[in-house]
Design a protein around this ligand. Structure first.
Ligand code: CP3
Length: 333
C-alpha cells in the first residue's frame, strides 16, 4: 500500500507522506519552459504527452508521495462545450452559458472532448517512477464549478449577481454538473487514478444554501467515488465549519486551509487530515519555514496526517524552499 493509502485506510500515524497542491506549475522552471512554447493552456492540458511529463516534473525533483494529474477543474465546463480561455495575468475567462444547450450535451461528446485527459492518466499511471506513490485525479466541487460557469471568471469575494439568487436555475445547473462530474471521476479512476481530490475553492462564499448547494452534491460525489473503490479527499476551502462538513460528508480525508487553527482541527476532526501550512510561509526564510512546518508536524503527530499546504503553492516560490520543506517533513521524528 502507498504511504498516503496507509494514512487514509489504516489510519497510520507513524508516517507523514507529502505532496503539494498545484505542485505541477509555474514555480518550476521546467514547467515554464514548456508553458512558453504552449500559449494555449487548454490545449496543453489536452496534450497527453506533455500533461504526463508535467505531472511527473515535481516527482522527479522532490520525490513527493503523490503525483496529481496536470489538468484543471475548468476542463469540466470545457467538456460541456462552454468556452474556457486563460489569459495571461487575468485568470480564467469563460464563454456564455446556455442552460438549454447544456441539457442536451451527450455523455459521448463529453467523453470525446476529454479523452486526452484520461489518456494522460493512463500513460502516467504505468510509469515506474510512481511505484509506491499515488496518482491523484481531481474535480472541482459542483458549487465551485457552478461559480465559474455562471460568473465566467474568478469571483473575487462577491456573488452579488442576481442569477446567484435564482434557486431553480442554480439547482438545474447543479444537477447537470453533478452528472458529468460523476462521469469525469469514473473515467479518471478507470484510467488509473488511485485517489480523487475534490477542490471546493469557493465553498467559503456560500452560507445561505450550504446544505443544498455544497453538502448534498458533494456527498453524492463522495459516495459515488467510494463505490468505485477509491478514497476521496475534500478541500472545502474557507468553509466556516470543517468539523460539521466532515461529520456530514465523511470523506476519507479532509484538506484544511491556512485559516483553520490546526490545534482545534486535531481535536475536533476524527478523520485523516491533510495540509494547512500557509503557502506564503514558503516565501519567507528557512528558519521560519522550519518553525511553521514543525508546528504542523507536532500538532498532528498522533493523527493520520498527510503534509500539504492550505492552498496552492505560489508561482514566486523558490525551489530551494520546497526542497527544504520536504527535508523537514522527511527528517521529523
Ligand atoms: O499541480 C496541480 O495541482 C495539478 C494541476 C491543477 C491546476 N489547477 C493547473 C493549473 C489543479 C489541481 C488545478 C486546480 C484548480 N484550477 C483550482 C482549485 C484549486 C485552487 O487553487 O483553488 C481552481 C480554482 C482552478 C481554476 C484556475 N486554473 C485558475 C483560477 C487559474 C488561473 C490562476 C492561477 O492560479 O494560475 C488556473 C490556471 C492553472 N491551472 C495554472 C495551472 C498550472 C496556471 C496556468 C499558467 O501557466 O498560466
Amino acid at each position: 500500500m502507498t504511504p498516503i493509502q496507509r494514512c487514509v485506510k489504516e489510519k497510520n500515524t507513524n508516517i507523514t507522506p507529502i505532496w503539494i497542491m498545484r505542485q505541477a506549475g509555474r514555480y518550476l522552471p521546467e514547467f515554464r519552459e514548456i508553458r512558453v512554447k504552449n500559449p494555449d493552456f487548454i490545449k496543453l492540458c489536452l496534450n497527453e504527452n506533455l500533461s504526463s511529463e508535467i505531472t511527473l516534473q515535481p516527482i522527479k525533483r522532490f520525490n513527493f508521495d503523490a503525483a496529481i494529474i496536470f489538468s484543471d477543474i475548468l476542463m469540466l465546463p470545457y467538456g460541456l462545450d462552454q468556452e474556457v480561455k486563460f489569459e495571461k495575468g487575468l485568470g480564467p475567462k469563460l464563454g456564455e452559458l446556455d442552460l438549454d444547450k447544456l441539457e442536451n450535451i451527450s455523455e459521448d461528446k463529453f467523453n470525446k472532448k476529454l479523452s486526452s485527459v484520461y489518456q494522460a492518466i493512463s500513460k502516467t499511471s504505468v510509469n515506474p517512477i510512481l511505484k509506491n506513490k499515488d496518482l491523484i485525479g481531481f474535480i472541482g466541487a459542483p458549487w465551485t464549478i457552478l461559480v465559474y460557469m455562471v460568473n465566467r471568471m474568478s469571483p473575487k469575494n462577491d456573488l452579488s449577481k442576481k442569477i446567484f439568487k435564482d434557486n431553480l436555475f442554480i439547482k438545474k445547473l447543479l444537477i447537470i454538473i453533478e452528472k458529468f462530474l460523476k462521469i469525469h471521476i469514473e473515467n479518471q479512476i478507470k484510467a488509473g487514478a488511485s485517489l480523487i481530490q475534490i477542490f471546493d475553492s469557493w465553498a467559503g462564499l456560500q452560507e445561505e444554501n450550504i446544505s443544498e448547494y455544497i453538502y448534498e452534491p458533494t456527498l453524492n460525489l463522495v459516495n459515488h467515488t467510494r463505490k468505485l473503490g477509491v478514497p476521496v479527499i475534500c478541500f472545502p476551502r474557507g468553509i466556516d465549519n470543517y468539523k460539521n462538513f466532515c461529520d456530514v460528508i465523511k470523506p476519507d480525508m479532509v484538506n484544511i486551509d491556512y485559516n483553520v487553527d490546526p490545534r482545534k482541527a486535531v481535536k475536533e476532526i476524527k478523520i485523516p487530515i491533510q495540509g494547512g501550512l500557509d503557502p506564503k510561509v514558503l516565501l519567507t526564510d528557512k528558519k521560519n519555514l522550519h518553525t511553521e512546518a514543525v508546528k504542523y508536524l507536532q500538532i498532528f503527530k498522533d493523527h493520520p496526517y498527510v503534509f500539504n499546504l492550505g492552498h496552492g503553492i505560489l508561482p514566486e516560490t523558490k525551489i530551494e524552499m520546497v526542497e527544504e520543506l520536504v527535508k523537514i517533513v522527511r527528517e521529523f521524528k
